[in-house]
Design a protein around this ligand. Structure first.
Ligand SMILES: Nc1nc2c(c(=O)[nH]1)N[C@H]1C(S)=C(S)[C@@H](COP(=O)(O)O)O[C@H]1N2
Ligand SMILES: [Mo]
Length: 386
């Protein structure tokens, strides 16, 4: 070919996509966004409560309240329910605003660039939080980091991004908050009915997700619990199990010469029969797992404070509890003063009137009021008065 006849290639003009769909407007974004904001606020507050009950700083450890006994059950049930509802709301919100992803030109000014960047951080962290939380409740961890510290740290970034977003969007939020949009005549009035239908649909989806999962902790609705990974009544002795004895490496051989060792100013060792012959107490307390399921049960055993007293511990002492489990994040647990001296805190030997099954911590496990399930140590073999 003669090089002189070659033509310069014609680049197609870049044309941003155009969206003709309706309801992708600030009014829809505000209506969904304020509900999403409430869900995130509930998640954040209940998440902080969960975090500080599970990992209290030293100065707080002795003052954590052991009442109400159902406190953690309520806050963690709310945490997971609000998180599941937020998944639906976030999808709706992203649907309402996604055409803005394609604004043209993509960056108009430094301010515009910063605003888009803050929205990118908000979307990325919000999706991350809900995704990791969802996988956590099914105990699936397909990532290299550990869930708790990362979920906790990212929560602060979401919270900051939400506040920044509300500040940046304040004028639009204000204009669209009430029953009628103020001063935004460009919104077609005939969209109002469709917007109501959309919100009704989103509300129905949130309702469906909530009703089919909340029974994992709110037992009156247990029969509707079709989608949650746990059912409060399913498991040995009518109670779910997170970690089985087999998974924890607690074998019959390891249990055959089981003893309880209590360390303190006057240390002692007890066999199971000796433990059973001490004064027994009962408590009706829930196990409330951080993964959102919870169930009430009747526990019987020896009060931890009686064992502390017998070992010569001062009132107000904390206790370190060690499990027979060979390895695992929940092998050693500490409880502060409020729990250790609570008459409802037991070294439990029975569950609903029967000897504990191996998966529930035979021969002895901790049950304490208003504490995360992860701290209700099973297969206890040692108590140390601190
Ligand atoms: N030693 C030990 N105790 C443990 C665990 C564990 O993995 N190891 N799991 C905890 C968790 S996450 C929960 S929710 C409760 C569940 O108690 P259950 O299996 O008797 O219902 O036990 C807790 N006690
Ligand atoms: Mo748990």
């Amino acid at each position: 070919m003669n090089p002189r006849t070659r033509r310069r290639p014609v680049l197609p003009a870049v044309r941003p996509p155009s969206f003709s769909g309706r309801l992708h407007d600030a009014r829809t974004a505000t209506s969904v966004g304020r509900r999403l904001g409430v869900a995130f606020a509930v998640c954040f507050v209940t998440g902080l409560i969960s975090h500080y009950l599970q990992h209290p700083p030293d100065w707080l450890a002795d003052d954590l309240p052991s009442r109400p006994v159902w406190g953690y059950r309520l806050t963690q049930g709310l945490h997971v329910a609000a998180g599941l509802a937020a998944i639906v709301l976030l999808l709706a919100k992203l649907w309402a605003v996604y055409p803005r992803l394609f604004v043209w030109p993509p960056v108009r000014s430094v301010r515009h660039a910063l605003e888009r960047l803050s929205v990118a951080v908000l979307v990325a962290t919000a999706v991350f939080q809900l995704f990791t939380g969802l996988l956590n409740i099914v105990e699936w961890y397909p990532w290299p980091f550990s869930f708790v510290p990362v979920h906790f740290a990212v929560a602060w970034v979401v919270a900051g991004s939400v506040l920044l977003h509300i500040a940046v969007k304040a004028p639009e939020i204000k204009a669209h908050w009430g029953r009628r949009s103020a001063g935004t005549l460009e919104l077609p009035a005939e969209d109002a009915r469709d917007r109501r239908s959309l919100l009704l649909g989103v509300g129905a989806a949130v309702g469906a997700v909530t009703l089919t999962t909340v029974g994992q902790s709110f037992t009156p609705l247990a029969r509707l619990d079709l989608l949650a990974p746990r059912h409060p009544g399913h498991g040995p002795q009518g109670l779910p199990v997170n970690r089985t004895a087999a998974a924890a490496g607690v074998t019959a051989a390891a249990l055959s010469d089981w003893r309880l060792e209590v360390l303190g100013p006057r240390p002692f060792v007890l066999t199971l029969d000796q433990l059973r012959s001490l004064p027994q107490a009962g408590a009706r307390l829930p196990i409330a797992c951080v993964e959102g399921w919870s169930a009430q049960a009747r526990w019987g055993g020896v009060r931890v404070r009686d064992l502390v007293e017998r070992a010569g511990g001062q009132p107000g002492a904390g206790v370190r509890v060690t499990s027979l489990e060979v390895r695992g994040a929940y092998r050693v647990m500490e409880m502060g003063q409020e729990y250790a001296e609570d008459p409802l805190t037991l070294l439990a030997l029975t569950l609903n009137g029967e000897v504990l099954s191996p998966d529930h911590g035979y021969p002895a496990r901790i049950i304490a009021p208003n504490r995360p399930g992860v701290l209700q140590t099973k297969w206890v073999t040692r108590l140390e008065v601190l």
